[in-house]
Write a protein that binds this ligand. Structure first.
Ligand code: FE2
Length: 135
């Protein structure tokens, strides 16, 4: 489980709010996994997927508006992650196996998110922030 202190902060406050909301969903997912609550796991991965799709499209809109040069690299990483979440949802629908979700959450989901925020999101926020303050 991640705590608020472990969540890297970027220079655009609305992005931090979105990242925090998502961390809370992931924590809810981890709790449901610990309880082996299949219904709550299913509901929470759906919620995470829906939230992630909106979150990424908001970031992509900001990048487009700011004519961010790394737009395509960043977007392709978003697309890849969304596809992975979609496969996870499908896999769980089929197997109802909390262990698979546990392995994904620990081994991939949380480390990937922290890394993505520390690298791509941080670079993007710093670039866009500098651009707006110059304008
Ligand atoms: Fe991102």
């Amino acid at each position: 489980m991640a705590t608020e202190e472990q969540l890297p902060m970027v220079s655009i406050p609305s992005m931090n709010d979105t990242h925090l909301e998502e961390m809370l969903i992931i924590n809810k997912l981890d709790a449901a996994i610990s309880d082996s609550n299949v219904e709550v796991i299913a509901k929470t991965i759906d919620e995470l997927l829906a939230h992630t799709i909106i979150h990424f499209s908001e970031e992509e809109k900001m990048m487009e508006e700011g004519q961010y040069p790394e737009y395509f690299t960043h977007k392709s990483e978003h697309d890849r992650h969304v596809e992975e979440l979609k496969s996870l949802v499908k896999y769980f629908e089929r197997t109802k196996d909390p262990k698979a979700i546990y392995a994904y959450s620990k081994g991939n989901l949380t480390p990937w998110r922290i890394h993505h925020i520390q690298t791509m999101d941080t670079e993007m926020a710093t670039y866009l922030q500098a651009k707006t303050s110059k304008a």
